[in-house]
Ligand binder design. Structure first.
Ligand SMILES: [Zn+2]
Length: 388
């Protein structure tokens, strides 16, 4: 399976200046190529190369490799743009925004990510340095750092293409690596996970992940956003955009942490993981649990994605189950009744009398459905009678 590993570069000031100049040159060249593509109506990588390759190499001091990556980047950007147009993401035909997108060339920020292949970038993992092509010549011995996992990943796997990224004054490489997929364990039961607004996730062992404290943080952000929206000035809008970005990063971190904890727990106990079907989960969670405060709906889809890929990496089976009635059905006797849920937090079975936290009850049902779902797929001989 393919993974992306991020490492942080620790360039000297001179090295940083060279990286800066390189990224600027590549992206100015990309905007230039994008303009040519518009003028000539040439959008395919191969065709575009015939038009601009020699010129951008000379004009921007790009090597052969860098020039080809710049051209491909432009071709890819137009492909993405066309797909977005088709999907109606820039508004209806005839709208001003859509018209702009359709007629203006794609523009690249000076620090848009730039792809590097093995000929432009090599890794000396023992010394923890890279040797990297720049417009100021090849830089040798650029130090990098990362978490123990990240460092191990780039040291032990084959690194394919990497992206050079500049963000918040820091330099990163996003390296794509290929790792062997571990075989799935034979699970001893399933760790059921319920996702919701009040508790982002709640498992069938009764562990809750990111509840009150996170929602407190989100409410404060919401109030701040509202104030900025009311202001509506240009600086307020800019601040708002920055806040939104920061919040999205925070949310992604929380989701990573939750997914990691759940997968670690599944590995520790030799279980698989059962979650509700991930398609449409965002809408379902929002509809199921109306909240007093209108929080931005959480990215459950992202959480599900992180869970799926972390589980796969760890060889933990992940089963998506039908989420219907998991919150109204008793995990112990199976009795289903709307009135089993007297309030948001409580489950109280009207048949057998069991009382539980509502999310815990749902997670137990999801775990049970995980066992059933797994059995249905992985029990090839169970249906055939045994003749002796
Ligand atoms: Zn019951």
């Amino acid at each position: 399976m393919k993974l992306v590993v991020r490492v942080k570069l620790l360039p000297t000031p001179e090295q940083a200046a060279a990286l800066d100049a390189t990224l600027r040159a590549c992206n100015t060249a990309a905007s230039d190529v994008a303009a040519t593509a518009r003028e000539t109506g040439t959008y395919r990588n191969y065709d575009l190369r015939k038009h601009v390759y020699a010129r951008i190499k000379d004009d921007y001091g790009l090597g052969a490799q860098a020039a080809q990556h710049v051209i491909k980047k432009v071709a890819d950007a137009y492909t993405t743009m066309k797909a977005n147009l088709k999907a109606g993401r820039y508004g209806k035909p005839g709208s001003k925004r859509r018209g702009n997108v359709e007629t203006n060339p794609v523009r690249f920020r000076w620090n848009a990510a730039q792809p590097y292949d093995a000929r432009m970038l090599s890794w000396q993992t023992d010394a923890r340095t890279v040797s990297i092509w720049t417009t100021c010549g090849r830089l040798k011995g650029v130090a990098y750092t990362g978490s123990a996992d990240q460092l191990k990943a780039v040291a032990t796997s084959k690194v394919g293409e990497s992206d050079l990224v500049h963000r918040d004054g820091m330099w990163f490489l996003y390296a794509s690596i290929e790792v062997a997929e571990p075989e799935l364990i034979d699970p001893a039961g399933f760790l059921g996970v319920d996702m919701g607004i009040a508790n982002i996730a709640y498992d069938c062992d009764g562990t809750r992940y990111a509840g009150d404290r996170l929602n407190g943080y989100r409410r404060r952000q919401l109030r701040l956003r509202k104030r900025l929206q009311v202001k509506g000035s240009k600086s307020a809008r800019r601040l708002l955009a920055r806040r939104n970005k920061k919040e999205a990063r925070h949310a992604a971190n929380v989701n990573h942490r939750i997914a990691k904890t759940i997968v670690t727990e599944a590995v520790r106990t030799g279980r698989g993981i059962a979650v509700e079907q991930l398609t449409g989960i965002r809408e379902r969670v929002r509809l199921r649990k109306p909240q007093r405060v209108t929080l931005h709906s959480w990215s459950f889809h992202q959480l599900g994605g992180f869970l799926a890929y972390k589980a796969r990496r760890a060889g933990v089976p992940l089963v998506e189950v039908d989420p219907r009635y998991t919150s109204q059905t008793c995990h112990r006797c199976g009795h289903r009744d709307k009135r089993n849920r007297p309030d948001q937090e409580t489950f109280h079975c009207r048949s057998c009398g069991v009382v539980a936290h509502a999310d815990h009850n749902a997670a137990l049902n999801i775990a049970q459905r995980g066992v059933e779902g797994w059995g249905a797929v992985n029990r090839p001989h169970a249906a055939s009678p045994c003749i002796q």
